[in-house]
Design a protein around this ligand. Structure first.
Ligand code: HEM
Length: 279
């Protein structure tokens, strides 16, 4: 399993790898593996929490997970929320399969149909999310709402450009936009992982807990919704120009991100997800 050739269709064979190239390759594999583990926990939370609780106790109980999940009498809003969280389960499960080169190579028609499903779900979830943001709101400030909305807009734009590129048979450009789409669609998970990693390491430093604002929240939002796209561009540049120093910087960044993912996941799972499901 590897995510590396999302941007490098012809990876070097292991025997030709220099130590820095090996570090670069390994850091991408570690980052992708940590993300897969986090996605597995996130999906389990959504299935066990929203899925089973909705079936066994009714959707009004969803407010245990999020105070804005269910509003009595607001049928459209509740339907949007249900679509937002339940479709996310399918989208997340299918999304990572798209980046696995072995699956792309062996099961081309699966890649094609799963890709169409992913694009449809990611765009629908993003539009439903924007509706929820406008109609129900959430904690925080317009700046932070804007950063979340940015990830929704990136989902829609990247979908458009990824489809257009493959229709023009431009596989390299398709892969670049598909990676942006994948990163944008995972932005909300990145945010949860990074903010919990931050709180585990630094407590409420930089966070105004009354309204969930402050420099740390802004920093984590930028890190989750904007920085992944910059890193994707840098990876493309590093591959394209075979820039060794840039590859080393990216490798170190990806290893730090992987560590933050695992810290955040541990803290989220045992601090929030598991207690709210069982409680
Ligand atoms: C496309 C990827 C997205 C996924 C997978 C996703 C997933 C989720 C999930 C699972 C929840 C439930 C929260 C929980 O129980 O922890 C949620 C809530 C919410 N999402 Fe999204 N979301 C996405 C994009 C967006 C976008 C682009 C927006 C807005 C522009 C948005 C706005 C909201 C709002 C307003 C809530 C409810 C309030 C809150 O959590 O504060 N989402 N989302």
């Amino acid at each position: 399993m590897s995510a590396t050739n999302t941007l490098t269709p012809d990876p070097l064979t292991p025997t030709t790898l220099t130590p820095s190239a090996k570090l670069y390759d390994t850091s991408q594999k570690i980052g992708f593996s940590c993300l897969l583990i986090a996605q597995a926990f996130f999906v389990s939370y959504l299935i066990a929490g929203y899925g089973f609780t909705g079936l066994s106790e009714g959707v009004s109980q969803w407010n245990r997970f999020n105070s804005t999940a269910y509003v009595a009498g607001d049928y459209l809003g509740n339907a949007m929320y249900a679509a937002h969280v339940l479709l996310a389960i399918v989208m997340i499960m299918g999304g990572s399969l798209q980046l696995m080169p072995a699956i792309r190579r062996k099961y081309r028609s699966f890649h094609k149909y799963n890709g169409r499903l992913f694009v449809t779900l990611a765009c629908s979830i993003s539009l439903a999310g924007m509706y929820l943001l406008l109609s129900r709101g959430t904690v925080s400030t317009p700046l932070l709402h804007g950063l979340t909305a940015f990830s929704g807009i990136m989902v829609i734009l990247s979908s458009f450009f990824a489809i257009r590129a493959i229709r023009n048979a431009n596989v390299a450009l398709h892969q670049r936009w598909a990676l942006h789409l994948f990163l944008a669609a995972n932005g909300v998970l990145f945010f949860r992982l990074f903010i919990f990693a931050w709180m585990t390491l630094f407590g409420t430093l930089g966070i105004n807990t009354a309204d969930f604002t402050g420099p740390a929240v802004i920093g984590v939002s930028v890190l989750s919704y904007v920085t992944p796209h910059i890193i994707a561009q840098l990876i493309w540049m590093a591959n394209h120009e075979n820039h060794v120093l840039l590859k080393i910087c990216i490798s170190v960044t990806l290893l730090l991100v992987s560590a933050a993912f695992l810290i955040g996941l541990f803290s989220l799972t045992f601090g929030i997800w598991y207690p709210t499901i069982t409680g």
